[in-house]
Design a protein around this ligand. Sequence first.
Ligand code: PRP
Ligand code: MN
Ligand code: MG
Length: 187
Amino acid sequence: MELDQHIERVLWTEDKIAKRVVELASEISEDFKELHSPLVVIGVATGAFLFLADIVRKITLPVLVDFIQVQSYGSGTTSNGAPQIVHDIKIDIRGKHVLVVEDIVDTGNTLSCLISHLESQGASSVSVCTFLDKPYRREITVELKGEGKFYRGFECPDNFVVGYGMDYAELYRNLPYVGVLKPELYE
Ligand code: PRP
Ligand code: MN
Ligand code: MG
C-alpha cells in the first residue's frame, strides 16, 4: 500500500518546504545574532520533529535542542481544548532565549499552554516558529511577551493536513510533503 494514494492534493512540496525553511532560518539567525548564550530550540513532539531537524541545520548560530510534548488531540481531527504536558524539557532555561518550534498552530491551546509553562520556568524570552498556521481557527490569543517573536512558514487553508510531521491517528508523519488527506479516510 502506497501512502501517496491517501492524499487528495499536495499543498506544499518537499522543494517548497525546503526553500521556506531556509528563509525562516536566515531570519532567525539574523534576529538572534547578538545573543551571548545559545538559543534554546524546543521542538513540540511529535509533530515538529522533521521541521525542527530541518530548521536547526539551517540556523547558523549555536543552539541547544530539546523536546517537549503537549497533547491536545486524541486520535481524531479536532482539539479537545485541554492540553497537557506529558514530557518536559531537560534543559534549564532560566535566563535563556527560547524558540518553540511547532508544525502547526490551530486553536492556539497547545502553544498558549507551552508559552506560560516556559515563561514560568524563567526564560528570558519565548519566541515561536511554526511551519503552518491557521490563524482564523484560534480559540485563544497566543501572546508573546517582550522580545518574543512569531515566525510562520505558511498560512494553512482550512483542510485537515498531514505529512512533514503531521499525523492522522499517528500515521502519515513520514510523508516528505504536506497534503490534504482524502476525507473518506477520516469521515
Ligand atoms: C498538533 C500539532 C500542534 C497542535 C496544534 O499536535 O502538532 O502541536 O496539535 O493544535 P492547537 O493549536 O489546536 O492546540 P497533537 O496534539 O496532535 O500532537 P502530535 O504533535 O503528537 O501530533
Ligand atoms: Mn503537536
Ligand atoms: Mg497530532
